[in-house]
Design a protein. Structure first.
Length: 95
């Protein structure tokens, strides 16, 4: 049996962000998805969010953020097909 002392944990509301707008990016071509960030990471506007490359490593498509934001979720699989979801990110304000 494990007993946990929750008194020292940070309250989750201290970490929450209010997402005010979201973008959902899909693969425009078949290839291998290489994300730059992980879920929960924040980034500046114009940041490279990830790339799709062919099996030889040649860049097929680069995906950039339209505005500063936070990664909501992303595809963790390497292989993607055109139309597959890649990453979702949102603009936010700290609560």
């Amino acid at each position: 049996m494990v007993i946990r002392d929750w008194s020292s944990d940070v309250c989750s509301s201290d970490l929450q962000k209010n997402v005010t707008r979201a973008e959902y990016l899909e693969a425009e071509t078949d290839g291998l998805w290489y994300p730059v960030f992980s879920a929960g990471d924040t980034f500046a506007g114009g940041a490279v969010l990830g790339t799709v490359r062919d099996i030889w490593g040649n860049l097929l498509r680069e995906y950039r953020a339209d505005y500063p934001g936070i990664v909501l979720y992303q595809t963790v699989g390497l292989g993607v097909k055109a139309g597959d979801p890649l990453i979702a990110y949102g603009e936010y304000v700290d609560r």
